[in-house]
Design a protein around this ligand. Structure first.
Ligand code: SOE
Length: 410
């Protein structure tokens, strides 16, 4: 589709789930949108030579390297796409920005506010030199979510009174699920809160156009010890040199879970709305269930990721005899992003949000605009994450209830 001969040569660091999702988008975006530049999948980076060579072949990258510093040093790379665990986001993105590379960094931006501040400052400095950066909150680019924002911005909901956001998964309900990097604070920064809570924080601030101004939170780690992944080494844990809990190889070695399994918090938004947020990996039966409901003085709107092509819209300005939640099928050509795909009713999926993300990133970089969400937007999310953690650790707003009842009668 693209007729331009201008190229953006992309180097991506990481090749796991997000590396695969981003690769799908880089492969597709040029074929779907007519953009002022074509993305070229020049180089993929990963630590394991065999695995990154396989990833290059499987995901469609021209070449591969095992050293991200090599990737950043190359004059034939224009964009660095950071798809690694959170503990390397800052180091890689800061080096890329300093080298004059445009940067797309997966969410959450960093593992700490200090890292996020440094990244946002570096992005602002680089921006003055024409270098662009964006954080990969992909759900903003689901057409139905963008439409939610349009409805709010047009005043169709009136004054926002409530935001109700949940992001529910269940992939670690089994206590035998191993202690992967997402369950280790030094690798991931936090647990469900930063991984999926960050999405609903960004999404609700994006849709309402309002910032979370304060929170009161509780977090929980339901399973506090987990088996070490096969081949683990260097993990601070309850194991001795023999790799087992008692040194005789009897029980599998375990290690401590150092992040939250679930985070629940109430919040206020700048426009006065009351909000509730829940991010958990223990909602048995919920696989990737993101749902946001917004209630306003003139109406309500609901987005459910499991029905990603739809919005539920309640218009309280209609005659009372005609009021009810309308199911909008967000697949018309004049719905956000949809003109590039199929005729109305031919639905799209999760992976299309990444293609839309690459579309907007390429468009911004090629035209000299600043893509959103910026590193400053992502820093704001990081500040909410940190406030939630601080509130939960302090427990300051927690008020015990007197257990006057011995038991709850049947
Ligand atoms: C795991 O919880 C995960 O892959 C997140 O890291 C992604 O951001 C989310 O989109 C899907 O689930």
């Amino acid at each position: 589709m693209s007729t331009t001969d201008k190229q953006l040569r992309v180097g991506m660091v990481g090749y796991a789930f997000m590396g695969a999702a981003h690769s799908q988008a880089w492969r597709t975006v040029n074929r779907v949108y007519d953009l002022p530049a074509r993305a070229r999948m020049a180089l993929i980076c990963g630590r394991d030579t065999g695995k990154v060579a396989d990833a290059a072949d499987r995901l469609g990258w021209e070449a591969y390297t095992t050293d991200w510093r090599d990737l950043i040093s190359r004059d034939d790379i224009d964009v660095v796409d950071v798809c690694t665990p959170g503990d390397s986001h800052a180091e890689i993105a800061l080096a890329a920005l300093a080298a004059g590379k445009h940067v797309l960094c997966e969410k959450p931006l960093a593992n700490t506010v200090a890292e996020a501040r440094a990244m946002a400052a570096a992005a602002a400095t680089a921006q003055a030199a024409g270098v662009r950066s964006m954080c990969g909150f992909n759900y903003r680019r689901v057409p139905a979510v963008t439409m939610m924002r349009q409805l709010v911005a047009e005043g169709r909901l009136g004054v926002i009174r409530h935001v109700r956001a949940t992001y529910l998964q269940d992939w670690i309900v089994d206590p035998q699920f191993p202690l992967v990097w997402r369950l280790q604070r030094d690798r991931a920064g936090s647990g469900a809160l930063g991984d999926i809570g960050a999405h609903i924080i960004d999404l609700t601030q994006f849709v309402t156009g309002q910032l979370i101004t304060g929170v009161s939170a509780v977090t929980e780690t339901f399973v506090k010890e987990r088996p070490l992944p096969a081949g683990s080494s260097g993990l601070a844990a309850t194991v001795d040199g023999a790799g087992s809990a008692d040194g005789n190889g009897s029980a599998p070695a375990t290690g401590p879970v150092t992040v939250d399994d679930a985070a629940v918090f109430v919040a206020r938004l700048g426009g006065g709305a009351l909000a509730t947020y829940e991010a958990t990996r223990f909602a048995t039966g919920r696989k990737n269930a993101l749902r946001v409901e917004i209630n306003g003085s003139l109406g309500s709107v609901v987005f459910d990721l499991e029905r990603l092509n739809e919005l539920e819209f309640y218009d309280a300005t209609r005659p009372t005899t005609e009021q009810g939640f309308t199911r909008i099928l967000v697949t018309e050509g004049d719905h956000p992003y949809m003109s590039a795909w199929w005729p109305p009713g031919h639905i799209i999926g999760y992976e299309h949000s990444f293609t839309h993300q690459m579309r907007d990133f390429i468009e911004a970089v090629a035209t000299g605009a600043d893509p959103a969400p910026s590193f400053a937007d992502a820093l704001q999310v990081q500040l909410v994450l940190e406030a939630v953690t601080r509130s939960a650790d302090l427990g300051s707003s927690w008020t015990e209830v007197e257990p006057a009842l011995a038991t709850v009668a049947a």
